[in-house]
Design a binder for this molecule. Structure first.
Ligand SMILES: [Zn+2]
Length: 202
C-alpha cells in the first residue's frame, strides 16, 4: 500500500514536468565571436534546462547570413525572447554574462543581451565549455523575465554560481527548482496565450 501511494505521489510530482505543451521562442540576433560553433552547441543544453521545467523551445537564428529575413523582421511575439549577442561589453562590473531588460511600466520584458568576452573569460577561468555558459546564461535571463524578480540561493537562478555549480551545469544538473517550475510554466503559458490571441486567423 505504502509503495503504491509512493508511486502515486511520484507520478503526481513528475507529471507537470513531463507535459511539454508550453513553448517559448528564442530569437538570436547580433554578433558573438566565440570559439567554433558555441552558439549552435548551446541550443541542446538550453533545451535541456528549459525542457526539465516543461518548456519547449522554438529557435529563430537571425545572425548574419543565417537569417530568415522575413521571419526575423516580424514583430517580437509575447512568447518570444530576443537574445542579442555582443562581441564586447563596456563594463565588467556585474557578475553574469547576460542582462535582461525589464520595462519600467511592469509590462513583459523580452530582451536579453549576452556579452561574448564574459562568456569567453568564464570558460577559461572555470574550465567549462562556452556553450555551457551560454546555455546557463540564456536560461537564467529567461528565468528573470518569467519569474518574480531576484535570485535564488541555488540552482539556475543563483546569482553567484560557484565553480561546483558550473561543473554541475556541464553535466546538465544546474536547473530550475521545484518551486520555480510552476511559476515559470504559468508565466510562459500566459505569454503563449497572449501570442495566440494576437496571431492572425487563417
Ligand atoms: Zn541574474
Amino acid at each position: 500500500m505504502r509503495r503504491v501511494l509512493a508511486a502515486a505521489v511520484l507520478a503526481v510530482a513528475v507529471q507537470p514536468l513531463a507535459a511539454r505543451e508550453i513553448a517559448i521562442g528564442i530569437r538570436v540576433t547580433g554578433e558573438l565571436r566565440l570559439g567554433d560553433d558555441a552558439v549552435d552547441r548551446a541550443r541542446q543544453p538550453t533545451e535541456h534546462i528549459l525542457g526539465a521545467a516543461g518548456l519547449d523551445v522554438r529557435w529563430l537564428d537571425c545572425r548574419g547570413d543565417r537569417a530568415d529575413e522575413e521571419a526575423c523582421q516580424r514583430p517580437v511575439a509575447p512568447d518570444e525572447f530576443v537574445v542579442t549577442l555582443l562581441s564586447v561589453r563596456s563594463d565588467r562590473d556585474s557578475y553574469g554574462c547576460g542582462v535582461s531588460q525589464h520595462p519600467l511600466d511592469g509590462t513583459r520584458g523580452s530582451f536579453i543581451t549576452v556579452y561574448a568576452d564574459c562568456v569567453r573569460d568564464g570558460a577559461d577561468r572555470l574550465h567549462v565549455d562556452e556553450a555551457t555558459i551560454l546555455s546557463v546564461t540564456f536560461a537564467h535571463e529567461i528565468g528573470h523575465l518569467l519569474l518574480p524578480r531576484g535570485h535564488a540561493f541555488s540552482g539556475i537562478m543563483c546569482g553567484w554560481p560557484s565553480a561546483l555549480d558550473w561543473q554541475r551545469a556541464e553535466r546538465g544538473g544546474l536547473l530550475f527548482n521545484l518551486r520555480q517550475i510552476p511559476l515559470l510554466r504559468a508565466a510562459a503559458l500566459a505569454r503563449q496565450q497572449a501570442a495566440l490571441a494576437l496571431a492572425p486567423e487563417d
